[in-house]
Design a protein around this ligand. Structure first.
Ligand SMILES: O=P(O)(O)OC[C@H]1O[C@](O)(CO)[C@@H](O)[C@@H]1O
Length: 560
């Protein structure tokens, strides 16, 4: 029987936080003025990440109460239960062991879960992925004409796409110059068509990445890619028009990553060219499993190992640091404060690093597929708001788009600002260090959000009285600043693990199962039921509700 969830609203800490909130008057100007140590005290270190929490709308008392809430819901016990491999994914009766994917090879004591020697299995697959990646990188792995691979196309969606593409973009300076990885995810045929239209089939390797190997989008794209490969190899005269030649082409140009190796074989990919993982790795937690094979090829197995080490450093911090100094736990608890006590509906993540431009999209799946739930893990309804909407764009682009609302809108939008000190491309504009100019914006934005600008300050600039209100900045808009030395593989791993554990913390407080995703099922099922109607089956069309039927009819009319 799973441990029953604790309704957080019934804890004494929750009551105390409610009372505290009703009397708290956030005032960052005064708090900083009266407490010269605030910035230093509330700036914490996790691995290479310096995390400044001081511009959040909290006092020491708020943080102490949030830590008490963590105690009341047994946050650290549950984290340890996850690391041990207890079945904390209750609705799927599964362990949740993404942290095992980055344990060092010599970790002690060995992790054995449900009879499985987890460390041995993880290391075995890592070894296979590394060996394969080296073969591709060295040119030992060739296509049907004996040419080395130049382009890897990862076909996957959700966790089998977002993590790899995000990390690939983040670590672009580490990618071997002679290699390129492209990512096909959408079942919109445009995606595959655009990503293959200029490719040479003789130097292209497809990786079909799917945990379940049943996902409609991925399997459809994999079949389209296989057809493209056959057609273009035939058109170029590279293979004979025989089944055997087609089979050989697939063997040399397709590999797979999946937990379902039997289904990989059914597709026609040799299981010898498939890399496995396990049902205790959630899709959105899988970039550090064999799902990262495209990355291991692109950046090399050593850099991939550094990425894993970065994850592990944050796992260790989370495991060993008391809640009061535990960065992911505190950031998760701050999110609880904003969502459940201050009424925030969304959370912005704003990387001041162009290479992290896919990080917000990656976090959307991680956070929202994990914590967008309305029932506790035992099926009882939640009694609080859960899962806020995560969103964002890199700075400074966002500054010229939506920051207006964050600065002066009526909604509270807590925001995480992420920057790195050393740019990959240190350019200078007539003697001005452009990255320094870029980061001046990073520092300025959090300052403006925290301290604002009063009416008197606006007037002192000679502003006509009637425009003064429009030019006032209230301040007290909460931000967390995260600063890393550089965007190394380790730092990227650290950032991902940080947000994994923030997400975990929120899920534990809310008493929900952050590791299932039943909410994606209904739409998938209906799409399969509706597909015949969209292809002209009149009975299927007649079975639809009036709105859906009319829309399909309009679509059919437009398609002509
Ligand atoms: O890796 P798979 O099994 O193809 O699934 C892809 C994605 O689909 C989902 O199941 C949601 O539909 C995600 O959780 C997952 O990351």
């Amino acid at each position: 029987m799973p441990t029953p969830p604790i309704d957080p609203t019934t804890t004494s800490a929750w009551q105390a936080l409610s009372e505290h909130e009703s009397t708290l008057r956030p005032d960052l100007r005064t708090w900083f003025a009266e407490d010269p140590e605030r910035a230093q005290r509330l700036t914490l270190q996790v691995a290479d990440l310096t995390v400044d929490l001081s511009k959040n709308l909290v006092t020491d008392e708020t943080l102490a109460l949030l830590a008490r809430l963590a105690d009341d819901v047994h946050l650290t016990d549950r984290f340890e239960a996850m690391l041990r491999g207890e079945h904390i994914n209750v609705t799927e009766d599964r362990a949740v062991l993404h942290t095992a994917l980055r344990r060092p090879a010599d970790a002690e004591p060995p992790l054995v879960v449900d009879g499985q020697h987890v460390d041995d299995d993880v290391q075995a697959v890592l070894g296979e992925v590394a060996e394969f990646a080296e073969k591709v990188r060295s040119g030992e792995w060739t296509g049907v004409t004996g040419e080395a691979v130049r382009t890897v196309v990862n076909i996957g969606i959700g966790g089998s796409d977002l993590g790899p593409v995000m990390v690939y973009e983040a670590l672009e300076p580490y990618v071997a110059p002679e290699l390129e990885v492209r990512f096909v995810s959408n079942i919109d045929p445009t995606d595959l068509a655009q990503k293959t239209q200029d490719l040479d089939p003789t130097t292209t390797l497809f990786i079909v990445a799917s945990k379940t190997f049943t996902t409609l989008e991925t399997l459809t794209n994999a079949r389209l890619a296989r057809q493209w490969l056959w057609d273009s190899l035939l058109a170029g005269g590279h293979i004979a028009d025989t089944d055997e030649a087609r089979r050989d082409a697939v063997a040399q140009h397709f590999v797979a990553v999946s937990t379902a190796l039997d289904k990989v074989a059914d597709f026609g990919i040799d299981p010898a060219n498939a890399f496995g993982f396990w049902d205790w790795v959630g899709g959105r937690y899988s970039v550090d499993s064999a799902i990262g094979t495209s990355l291991a090829i692109a950046i090399g197995p050593d850099a991939f190992g550094e990425l894993l080490d970065g994850f592990h450093a944050v796992d260790e911090h989370a495991r060993t640091t008391p809640v009061a100094r535990n960065v992911p736990f505190l950031m998760g608890l701050l999110n609880i404060w904003y969502v459940n006590f201050l009424g925030a509906h969304t959370h912005a993540v704003l990387p001041y690093a162009q290479q992290l431009h896919r990080f917000p999209a990656y976090l959307q799946q991680l956070t929202m597929e994990s914590n967008g739930k309305s029932v506790h893990w035992d099926g009882t309804p939640v009694t609080t708001q859960t899962g806020e909407v995560f969103w964002g764009e890199p700075g400074t682009n966002g500054q010229h788009a939506f920051y207006q609302l964050i600065h002066q809108g009526t909604r509270l939008v807590p925001a995480d600002f992420i920057a790195v000190a050393t740019p990959a491309y240190p350019l200078s504009d007539g003697g001005t260090d452009v990255h320094a100019l870029f980061l001046a914006n990073f520092f300025a934005q959090t300052k403006a959000l925290a301290f604002g600008k009063t009416a008197d300050e606006v007037r002192a600039e000679g502003t006509p009285e009637e425009i003064v209100p429009a030019r006032v900045f209230s301040g007290n808009r909460p931000t967390t600043s995260i600063l890393a030395p550089a965007l190394t593989p380790s730092v990227v791993g650290q950032l991902i693990a940080l947000y994994e554990h923030i997400t975990f913390t929120q899920g534990v407080v809310w008493g929900i199962d952050s590791f299932d995703q039943w909410g994606v099922e209904l739409g998938k099922k209906l799409a399969m039921e509706i597909a015949p109607a969209v292809q002209g089956d009149t009975a299927a069309l007649a079975a639809q509700d009036p709105s859906t039927r009319a829309l399909i009819e309009k679509y059919l009319e437009l398609r002509g």
